[in-house]
Design a protein around this ligand. Structure first.
Ligand code: ZN
Length: 153
C-alpha cells in the first residue's frame, strides 16, 4: 500500500547534517511510526514519503524552511544573569526550559558577558539542511480513532 494521508508508516531512518555528522538514527531501536498527513514529522520529509511503499529506501534532503525553519536572530535575547538564580557556572551551550506566557520553551545559552546572558530559543536544528536516509518498513491504513486524534496508537 502507498503512503497517503491517513496511513500509518513505520520506518527506519538516519539523519545527517551538511557536514555528514549523524544527528539521529533509529538504528538499534524500534522504527519510527507516524501518521501521514497529520504534521507528525517535518513537512519536507512527509511530502517526500508520499506515494512510497513498504520496502522502499530513499535519501531525502530537506532545506531549513521545510524542516525546523531558518535560524532567527529575533529569537536571541539578552537576560540578566540573575534570571538563572542559583545556577553558578553558566556556559555556552547549556540548555534550560524558559517559562513563558505560551508555556515552557527550550533555550540554549549563546553567550555570557559579565552580568548579561544571551539565550537562544531557536530549535536546535533551525537553519540546518537535513539529509535523511529512510527505509520504509510497513504502511497500513490508520484507524478512525488515530485519524481523529492525529497520532498513532
Ligand atoms: Zn490518541
Amino acid at each position: 500500500m502507498e503512503i497517503q494521508d491517513n496511513t500509518v508508516v513505520s520506518m527506519h531512518y538516519t539523519l545527517k547534517n551538511n557536514a555528514g555528522d549523524t544527528l539521529d538514527s533509529s538504528e538499534g531501536r524500534e522504527p519510527l511510526t507516524y501518521l501521514q498527513g497529520a504534521g507528525n514529522i517535518i513537512p519536507g520529509l512527509e511530502s517526500a514519503l508520499k506515494g512510497k511503499k513498504a520496502g522502499e529506501s530513499l535519501d531525502v534532503t530537506v532545506e531549513p524552511a521545510e524542516a525546523y525553519g531558518e535560524h532567527r536572530e529575533d529569537l536571541l535575547q539578552q537576560v540578566p544573569r540573575d534570571a538563572f538564580g542559583e545556577v553558578k557556572d553558566l556556559s555556552i551551550g547549556m540548555r534550560f526550559q524558559a517559562q513563558t506566557e505560551r508555556g515552557p520553551v527550550p533555550i540554549k545559552i549563546a553567550a555570557v558577558e559579565g552580568d548579561k546572558v544571551t539565550v537562544d530559543a531557536n530549535h536546535e536544528l533551525a537553519g540546518e539542511t537535513l539529509h535523511f536516509s529512510v527505509n520504509i518498513e510497513t504502511v497500513r491504513e490508520a484507524t478512525k480513532e488515530e485519524i481523529e486524534h492525529g497520532h498513532v496508537h
